[in-house]
Design a protein around this ligand. Structure first.
Ligand code: 1CP
Length: 354
């Protein structure tokens, strides 16, 4: 049975972020925020400028570590998340990728088996190595009490960008390939499963304490496809990582999965479930009780833009709903660039009882 402990005493793990995974419920939940490093922080914009581009920032360990640490210095979050991007995996495989300033990613689309054949898992060492170096630096530079989260995109979500060639509202090209030629599409997914395992394994060996798998577009697939392209590949990644690193918790974030999140949790074996903004309170507060899983979420990032009483009230509702549960406070999706940094400070204060 999980033991109830106060945040000020008792057998709280050295890194309190990890306590809920060890079965403890904390009076004050751990907090970190998706995209906690990023354009809403002036110091991030300055470092990005210095790096001369987003991908250079990701691949320069000194600078990537610096932007990871910036929100920790400002706010003292319980966990830092490695600064990188889910598209580092296709980039390392050899797919051409660019980020124009102020715009989303552009990739040379992969839509055929011939395109797929040009990707080379043997080539990932150099770029992944730089990310692992960032992780190793971070574990040295972070305060001892701050956990370090490594991550990757889930195969389905990474595939949607690889096939579409850019962000989209409906991920149409990937869905069309998956329906027209499931065997061919499975080869892309299999490549991503294997590559992501190596990528996460390297992050843990370099010092990551926890992993998150981002499945931003999990919510666009119907039932059997959800199973085949979201659940099954994630299960393979989680089970292999668990064989190699049984004590490292893995959080899944199947955004938009709604009620299917329950099936996702029981089938993939994740230790934590990230809930998006639209996850109903009865799901967050009760539905996962029978599963051995930590719940994370789910303040609307736009309430963090608005701040004030509207934000405080919603924060209090979430805290009340999750009181006594194994819970990690987060947003329901990433921080947006127009977020005032002082609202983030207020959020942390409110969650910690101020
Ligand atoms: O211009 C800039 O400086 C780039 C903005 C930016 C940032 C700050 C991008 C481009 N990526 C990131 C960092 C990032 N991305 C992190 C770092 C750690 C942190 O959270 O602080 C992480 C975990 C991600 C993950 C990521 N990248 C996801 C999954 C989570 C989510 O937000 O849904 C996705 C879908 C991406 C792709 C991506 N990278 C960048 C953008 C603008 C996008 C979205 C593209 C789109 O769909 O249009």
């Amino acid at each position: 049975m999980p033991s109830k402990t106060s945040s000020r005493g008792g057998p709280v793990a050295k890194r309190r972020f990890l306590a809920p995974f060890a079965g403890e419920t904390l009076a004050v939940p751990p907090i970190w925020l998706m995209r906690q490093a990023g354009r809403y922080l002036p110091e991030y914009r300055a470092t990005r400028e210095k790096a001369g581009g987003f991908l250079n920032l990701c691949y320069t360990p000194e600078l990537a570590a610096e932007v990871t640490l910036q929100p920790i210095r400002r706010y003292g979050f319980d966990a830092a998340i490695l600064f990188s991007d889910i598209l580092v995996v296709p980039d390392a495989l050899g797919q051409r990728l660019t980020f124009a300033a102020g715009e989303g990613p552009q990739l040379e689309p992969v839509r055929t088996l011939a395109d797929l054949g040009r990707l080379d898992p043997g080539k990932t060492g150099d770029k992944f190595g730089r990310v692992f170096e960032t992780v190793a630096r971070l574990r040295q530079d972070l305060p001892d009490e701050t956990a370090l989260i490594g991550f990757c995109g889930a195969p389905w979500t990474v595939a949607t960008y690889m096939v579409q060639g850019e962000g989209s509202t409906d991920q149409a090209e990937a869905r069309l390939w998956a329906y027209r030629d499931p065997e061919g599409f499975a080869r892309l997914i299999d490549l991503l499963v294997d590559t992501s395992i190596g990528y996460l394994d390297g992050q843990v060996k370099a010092g990551a304490d926890c992993l998150q798998i981002f499945d931003t577009w999990a919510g666009t697939l119907p039932d059997s496809e959800f199973d085949r392209w979201v659940v099954e590949p994630t299960r393979r990644i989680v089970s292999t990582i668990k064989e190699r690193h049984p004590t490292v918790p893995v959080i899944g974030f199947p955004r938009g999965a709604g009620a299917s999140s329950l099936w996702y949790v029981s089938e993939t074996g994740v230790d934590g479930i990230g809930c998006d903004t639209a996850m109903p309170p009865y799901m967050m507060g009760e539905a996962f009780d029978g599963e051995n899983v930590v719940v994370q979420g789910n303040l609307d990032p736009l309430l963090l833009v608005v701040g004030g009483a509207a934000m405080d009230e919603r924060v209090d509702e979430i805290l009340e709903l999750m009181d006594g549960k194994r819970f990690i406070f987060n947003l329901g999706h990433g921080i947006v660039p127009q977020t005032p940094p002082e609202h983030v400070a207020r959020l942390v204060e409110r969650v910690r009882g101020g």
